[in-house]
Design a protein around this ligand. Structure first.
Ligand SMILES: Cc1cc2nc3c(=O)[nH]c(=O)nc-3n(C[C@H](O)[C@H](O)[C@H](O)COP(=O)(O)OP(=O)(O)OC[C@H]3O[C@@H](n4cnc5c(N)ncnc54)[C@H](O)[C@@H]3O)c2cc1C
Length: 265
């Protein structure tokens, strides 16, 4: 079983985000970077399938050199090899260009199954999975919370209101992962895993290696334009009721505030 995981490095979800001077990007200098949490679920799912069925798990990423750290972490978890596409022509690319590049690189690996996160927690467009599947002409199911595979078909569960539905796709297919940390409980990289990861193959590619014309990427090719980023409005501080009031007094004061100030009752 040959599995490719599309992995994006994203800012740590605890990061304090600051908008850059151009008003259309964020300051990245002092950010801590992590594997996009949904992609960590994809790595975990791929490793579980490999444990059952054997095969190879490849990590595929588009990003700058710092992305090596995220790929090495996935290799330390147990993935077998990595490919990083780092090309300045990708700067300013929208998701369609990103998906074209990922699909072209994935085609070279010829995986039976492509796993990726349902969304990246930074740009949060939730588009890449479907777009890559479309470029490759593969079946695509989204938001899997469990994955089984019998070697010719992949069987997933996906949430529906109040329950789960079961979906089946013939291989080769692309599945995006939903759920939460509690659902997937991704493994930590062990110390021996970290040592082994240093020697696992990591290939660096440019767009020219993939036969992609750089004019298909970057701001000029983008079908979406990022016009401005804004911070959400600062929230008003919370109110604390006078602690000297008795319970009935606090209830009366709360009702008054909800009625007169918040105007919700
Ligand atoms: C006009 C415009 C300009 C942009 N300029 C830049 C820029 O200069 N620099 C920049 O970094 N981003 C830029 N972006 C954002 C970039 O296009 C998105 O990060 C990218 O399209 C993926 O979208 P997303 O992050 O919302 O991923 P989603 O669609 O939410 O991701 C879903 C899944 O796809 C996979 N995936 C997503 N991205 C990657 C990746 N890079 N490598 C491997 N797998 C991946 C992961 O498995 C992820 O969980 C720009 C976007 C727009 C619209």
């Amino acid at each position: 079983m040959n599995i490719a995981v599309l992995l994006k490095q994203t800012p740590d979800t605890e990061s304090v985000i600051r908008i850059a001077g151009n008003g259309r990007s964020i300051v990245t200098d002092d950010l801590k970077w992590i594997i996009n949490p949904y992609d960590e679920f994809a790595v975990e799912a791929a490793l579980r399938l490999k444990e059952k069925l054997g095969g190879v798990v490849s990590i595929l990423s588009v990003g700058p050199q710092r992305t090596v750290e995220a790929i090495r972490t996935a290799l330390a978890m147990g993935a077998d090899n990595g490919v990083l596409i780092d090309d300045p022509a990708m700067e300013g690319s929208d998701s369609l260009a990103m998906a074209r590049v990922l699909a072209t690189a994935a085609r070279e690996l010829n995986p039976d199954l492509i796993l990726c996160g349902s969304r990246a927690v930074d740009f949060d467009q939730a588009q890449i999975g479907a777009q890559v599947a479309e470029f490759l002409g593969r079946p695509h199911w989204s938001l899997a919370v469990s994955i089984e595979c019998d070697g010719s078909r992949v069987i997933i569960e996906r949430p529906v209101e109040g329950g789960k539905s079961v979906a089946v796709a013939d291989l080769p297919a692309l599945i995006t992962l939903g759920g939460s940390h509690a659902v997937w409980n991704p493994r930590y990289a062990s110390l021996p895993g970290i040592m082994k990861a240093k020697k696992k193959p990591l290939t660096f590619k440019k767009l020219s290696d993939l036969g992609i014309d750089p004019s298909q990427c970057g701001p000029h090719a983008a079908k979406i334009r990022m016009t401005a980023l804004e911070m959400p409005p600062v929230r008003k501080p919370g109110r604390i009721l006078d602690g000297n009031l008795d319970a009935a007094g606090k209830a009366r004061e709360l009702v008054r505030l909800l009625h007169e100030e918040a105007k919700v009752i």
